[in-house]
Design a protein around this ligand. Structure first.
Ligand SMILES: C[S@@+](CC[C@H](N)C(=O)[O-])C[C@H]1O[C@@H](n2cnc3c(N)ncnc32)[C@H](O)[C@@H]1O
Length: 268
């Protein structure tokens, strides 16, 4: 199933403020871990691909990077620009990055590139300088994650959407990401576990945060918003702990790699 990037905003942008304030902050552990592993620092020219509402861009800026970002959702980009007034954040398609070759030292994408979007990785290779670093994350083994319950309401989508979601997460299987990065010309590929925990105040806050995501919209189109929210609340109700947040640790895989330097010609 090919999804036209210009309709992505229907799902990802419809609750942009909820996504930015209730959902995206839960991803912070992942952003901090990948920036640390990539050694993002002062003066790095960094692009975040599928940057969503721009929190990862903001955290890279805190480390001194000069940031750019791109996302298909104009309503998420509006939030990302509000958070990052000095960054170059564009609305567009990650399969055709509107930057010149060799524009960046570092590229990141947090659950933005999937098994269904391999060409986006070729674009990242093109816009990186030789020696440039890339860090991507994708969902890992969701079923084995203690927080699998938090993604379960997405299964309310129709069968075609579910098949597409399965194809997307295939990139998290051992060997698949490594093969794709190799095919795209990257070297020094490393697969790492990335910390990822969503926390929510209560089942209603969980349902509201989840409903702001793209895959939730696919489920809502199939069963309606009320049924989606009710399913999410029921899912969380049995997990409430006195005096503690609802907590959903989910397996996330990180791929770190580098664009090779050109070989030096042997001296004559
Ligand atoms: C799972 S979200 C991740 C967002 C953000 N990286 C984060 O950590 O929250 C996927 C993002 O990909 C964006 N997206 C989907 N298709 C895209 C495309 N073809 N080009 C650019 N962005 C796209 C969506 O708008 C959404 O913001």
């Amino acid at each position: 199933m090919t999804i036209d990037w210009q309709v992505v905003d229907e799902g990802w942008g419809r609750r942009a403020v909820d996504f930015a304030t209730l959902s995206e902050p839960g991803n912070s552990r992942e952003y901090v871990a990948v920036h640390h592993r990539l050694g993002v620092s002062e003066g790095d020219r960094l692009i975040d691909v599928a940057c969503g509402a721009g929190l990862a861009v903001e955290l890279a800026g805190v480390r001194g990077a000069e940031c750019s970002g791109i996302d298909a959702s104009h309503r998420l980009v509006a939030v990302a620009r509000d958070r990052n007034p000095d960054a170059d954040i564009r609305v567009g398609d990650m399969h055709a990055l509107p930057w010149d070759d060799a524009s960046f030292d570092v590229a990141t994408s947090f659950r933005g590139i999937w098994g269904t979007t391999p060409a986006a990785l070729g674009e990242i290779h093109r816009v990186l300088v030789p020696g440039g670093r890339v860090g991507l994350t994708v969902w890992g083994h969701i079923k084995k994650s203690p927080g699998a319950w938090a993604l379960a309401p997405f299964k309310l989508a129709d069968s075609a959407r579910l098949e597409n979601q399965a194809a997307m997460v295939s990139l998290g299987r051992p060997g698949v990401g490594e093969d794709l990065l190799t095919q795209c010309g990257f070297v020094d590929i490393e697969r790492v576990d990335v910390p990822f925990v969503w926390e929510f105040a209560d089942p209603e806050a969980f349902a509201r945060a989840l409903a702001a995501t793209g895959p939730a919209y696919e489920a809502i189109q199939h069963v309606g918003e009320a049924a989606f929210v009710e399913t999410a609340i029921q899912q969380a109700r049995g997990l409430v702990r006195d005096g503690l947040p609802l907590r959903a640790p989910i397996a996330v895989v990180g791929y770190l790699a580098r664009k090779p330097q050109p070989r030096r010609k042997a001296s004559q």
